[in-house]
Design a protein around this ligand. Structure first.
Ligand SMILES: Cc1cc2nc3c(=O)[nH]c(=O)nc-3n(C[C@H](O)[C@H](O)[C@H](O)COP(=O)(O)OP(=O)(O)OC[C@H]3O[C@@H](n4cnc5c(N)ncnc54)[C@H](O)[C@@H]3O)c2cc1C
Length: 533
């Protein structure tokens, strides 16, 4: 059942077995997994079925740290996540792959690292998560995808670099795809237009009720045996910090860890190159399409594409962090004129100082990299308030000179190995060609932009953008002095409160997060079903 909270009387109280806060990828998954097993679930969502500017404004805040940019374009905090049914899956890009085994390990060269368990713990849940995100399944074996797509992955396999496959959900909007389930399942009440403003507690050790407000001021309450906070990587921290009934530092924050370790994926527009690929294999870099053959979404289509990344072995041996690169043929970001502006292979070859036969494909390189966890990179509460009187978010995102150096080093490894394996030639232009380059073009002279840039690159200051992935603000650790939630995603300090979403990631890794956070949501539902309810 779907209920619009604005139609309710002030003082209405809901009670359920479980109260799930936030109807994005994590909240919808955990709610329906529990409802299917007969548990009464109240799913509370800030927005309605469509976005509206007043609700979206609740996500606004101040960014006081590293600039939030993507390809030179500034991004406001409220543009990085969405507040209505389905949450940020209303505009995610759908890229799915699991984290790598190395991401779960303690890496001594990093200040903070290590999950309480390894990838093997998540594998059964990743198998189930594939259906939720609408991809084929959890088998990402390269040979299998080469066969399914009928194309080869780039032949770049060394000790340091290897190709891998992304399954790309044709973005599964969890609101649209699962709305019907939420409406029809007798065990679920989805309460829309209801904003969590406080997790009320008497003793700081348990939540006694959730205080909700509509934008027109109606106060509603919800009580449950178990609570799941799944409002996204930034709001999870914000709500805990704003819940000060017992402690001015917030709920579950005696160790001052809530909101700390905010981690993003570092997006880098890395350069361009010439690759010697069989023309028949080039489309796989942009992505082919497959049909799901079984299960609930049988007959639906999704994409798959090949990219390359550092091997786990190299991440360990070189004491570094993860990095992956997509080779984008003829798909340069807006404002980056190359093939689309008529550049020929010979132009690019000349630009690279290439001699000999010209390889077949010009590509632009878009990279995503892991950053090291830093407690000073954090979500905090700002001084302003929103329309509900809640303190706005203040985000102090930080990455370090060492992070930047690792990105550059990873790109160099990749470029060297492309050359060494004879796959082609790469010109690194970390930070990318500026998005406004096109405004400064003199027709026919665009190549000078590329030619001049390598010398102009400031290795200490090239642009790093955001990946739109908000992670680690309630990180998972066995000990309450190292993390906010335990291995079951329960708050160390609050007995009846669990957390869903990528805020519980213990490290960010480099793979896109949603597939993994959906797997964690299924695992959480299993745990609540078996051990708690
Ligand atoms: C442009 C873009 C592209 C992306 N592409 C990818 C990709 O290709 N692959 C990938 O893995 N990830 C991608 N992501 C990230 C992905 O969208 C998130 O990882 C995912 O949506 C997080 O799920 P969630 O349930 O934790 O949070 P969300 O999806 O953000 O859902 C949180 C929900 O909580 C609600 N909420 C918030 N505050 C309150 C409150 N106070 N009271 C009640 N409800 C509240 C919100 O309205 C929302 O519905 C992308 C993100 C963006 C912005």
């Amino acid at each position: 059942m779907l209920i619009d909270a604005r139609t309710l009387d002030a003082g209405t109280t809901f009670s359920a077995d479980v109260c799930v806060l936030g109807a994005g990828a994590a909240g919808v998954t955990v709610s329906l997994e529990l409802a299917r097993r007969g548990h009464q679930v109240l799913l509370v969502e800030s927005g309605g079925e469509e976005g509206d500017p007043e609700t979206q404004d609740l996500a606004a805040g101040e960014s006081i740290g590293a600039p939030l940019v993507t390809l030179d374009n500034p991004v406001r905090l409220d543009q990085t996540r969405l507040r209505y049914l389905g949450g940020t899956t209303n505009h995610w890009a759908g890229f799915c792959r699991p984290l790598a085994p190395v991401d779960f390990e303690v890496r001594d060269h990093l200040a903070v690292s290590g999950w309480p368990f390894g990838l093997d713990e998540l594998e059964p849940y990743l198998a189930r998560a594939a259906e939720w995100v609408r991809i084929t399944d959890s088998d990402f074996t390269l040979e299998r995808w080469e066969e399914k797509l009928g194309m080869d992955a780039p032949g770049l396999r060394t000790d340091r670099v290897e190709p891998f496959v992304y399954q790309v959900s044709f973005p599964t909007n969890f609101g649209r795809v699962y709305r019907r389930d939420l409406e029809d399942d007798p065990s679920v009440v989805a309460l829309l237009h209801a904003n969590v403003v406080n997790l009320s507690t008497a003793d700081g050790r348990s939540v006694r009720r959730v205080d909700l407000r509509t934008l027109d001021g109606t106060a509603i309450e919800a009580t449950a045996r178990a609570y799941v906070l799944a409002t996204g990587g930034i709001e999870n921290a914000r709500i805990l910090l704003a819940s000060t009934d017992h402690d001015p530092a917030g709920l579950g924050n005696a160790n001052d860890l809530v909101g700390r370790h905010f981690t993003e994926h570092l997006q880098v527009y890395a350069g361009f190159g010439l690759l010697d690929l069989d023309p028949a294999d080039v489309p796989a870099l942009n992505g082919g399409q497959v049909t799901i053959e079984s299960g609930r979404h049988q007959g639906a289509t999704h994409g798959a594409k090949f990219a390359v990344g550092l091997t786990d072995e190299h991440v360990r041996d070189a004491a570094t962090t993860g990095l992956e690169v997509q080779f984008l043929p003829g798909a340069f970001p807006t404002g980056v004129p190359l093939q689309e502006s008529g550049a020929t292979m010979n132009d690019v070859a000349a630009l690279l100082g290439h001699t000999g036969p010209v390889p077949s494909t010009a590509v632009y390189l878009q990279g995503l990299a892991e950053q090291e966890l830093n407690p000073d990179s954090r979500v905090a509460l700002g001084s302003g308030t929103d329309a509900l009187g809640m303190r706005r978010v203040e985000l102090d995102w930080r990455y370090s000179a060492a992070d930047r150096a690792r990105v550059l080093q990873g790109l160099r490894v990749l470029a060297e190995d492309v050359g060494a394996t004879g796959l082609g030639r790469i010109q690194l232009v970390p930070g990318g060609v500026h998005a406004d380059a096109v405004d400064h073009l003199v027709p026919g002279e665009y190549l000078s932009i590329y030619r001049s840039l390598p010398d102009e690159i400031d290795e200490d200051d090239f642009e790093l953008g955001i990946g739109f992935h908000h992670m680690c603000t309630t990180r998972m650790a066995d000990s309450a002095t190292e993390g906010v939630v335990d291995a079951t995603c329960r708050m160390h300090e609050v007995d009846n409160l669990w957390v869903g979403g990528s805020s519980v990631f213990a490290t960010g890794g480099v793979a896109t997060p949603t597939y993994t956070l959906v797997a964690l949501a299924i695992r959480l539902a299993d745990h609540l079903d078996a051990e708690v309810l």
